[in-house]
Design a protein around this ligand. Structure first.
Ligand code: SAM
Length: 285
């Protein structure tokens, strides 16, 4: 669905980014030739005609969070960072669409099955990264340092870590262990960008009773995946407890309201549950 959102965003006249990999993922899934038509096929709530309130919410979230991360990646690159690790890379297309310098190294960590499908899409659509891209199958609940270093990762160099759309699937203990392991191989000045829910989202937050069957099925599937004991600290406190200093901390609602798109009701005010968007910098020991 994230890829669908990015493919849809790429087709908009007022697009905030252009993601050729996202369109390639959707066309491969559907076995269709190209996503350059005006409309994409429907996938669960994913529909670009505004008729699904659930999709209006998701697409606003996915599109704005993508921009939040993009801005920070580009800032880090401008500041000289040349090592990026995507934790739960999924169909992240930053190695293909951000014009990263050729000497930059992007490590893409995810499950083997996800990476295998991504390779198939890349081959089918002849997509070539602008930088040095290293896919790496890994379980992010386990140690990652040794496989990363074996794949060419340099702990002595500043790193930009991206955990986009990941931590909401982790328990507090799993998130703590992941950040501990990241910290152990992060040079001072490294960055960590991520997001997670400010509070639990409930049925009433998405008007579940009013959703159609397809949209309910997607909501049920998504919420079934979330742990009962999620990461609950505020981002600044969580980062500080692992030796990182928060740099930016906002929410999808706050970030999106400033971006002048039509805002879904869930994000229209600061009252309801939201999603933190934040980044932090690794301090000295
Ligand atoms: N970061 C990508 C993006 O924003 O487009 C993908 C986000 S997707 C919601 C979450 C990704 O994390 C999936 O590709 C999933 O396979 C991966 N993931 C979740 N838990 C994982 C784990 N324990 N080890 C490796 N990958 C994991």
């Amino acid at each position: 669905m994230t890829a669908y959102c990015r493919a849809h965003e790429s087709l908009r006249k007022d697009r905030m980014f252009d993601d050729p990999l996202a369109a390639a993922v959707i066309t491969t899934v559907y076995g269709i030739g190209s996503a350059t038509d005006e409309q994409l096929p429907r996938l669960g709530p994913a529909t670009d005609d505004g008729s699904s309130s659930l999709w209006n919410l998701f697409s606003f979230y996915f599109a704005h969070r993508t921009v939040f991360y993009d801005n920070r990646v580009l800032n880090a690159i401008d500041a000289g960072c040349r090592q990026i690790v995507l934790l739960g890379a999924g169909f992240d297309g930053r190695a293909f669409r951000l014009g990263l310098p050729g000497e930059a190294r992007v490590f893409e960590l995810d499950q083997a099955s996800v990476l295998a499908f991504k390779e198939q899409v890349l081959l089918q659509h002849s997509l070539i990264p602008h930088c040095h891209r290293v896919p790496l199958a890994a379980d992010l609940r386990e140690e990652i340092a040794d496989p990363l270093i074996a794949a060419g990762f340099r702990p002595d160099q500043q790193t930009l870590w991206i955990a986009e759309g990941l931590l909401m699937y982790f328990t507090q203990a799993e998130a703590d262990r992941l950040l501990d392991r990241v910290s152990a191989v992060s040079a001072v000045g490294s960055h960590f960008i991520s997001e997670y829910f400010t509070a639990q989202w409930n049925f009433e937050d998405v008007n579940y009773e009013l959703l159609n069957e397809k949209d309910r099925a997607v909501w049920d599937l998504l919420t079934w995946e979330f742990p009962s004991d999620p990461l609950a600290q505020k981002p600044g406190d969580w980062l500080a407890s692992h030796g990182w200093e928060v740099r930016t901390c906002t929410t999808v609602g706050e970030f999106g309201r400033a971006a002048r798109r039509e805002v879904p009701p869930q994000f229209a005010s600061a009252d309801g549950p939201d999603i933190w968007l934040f980044d932090g910098t690794k301090g000295a020991e």
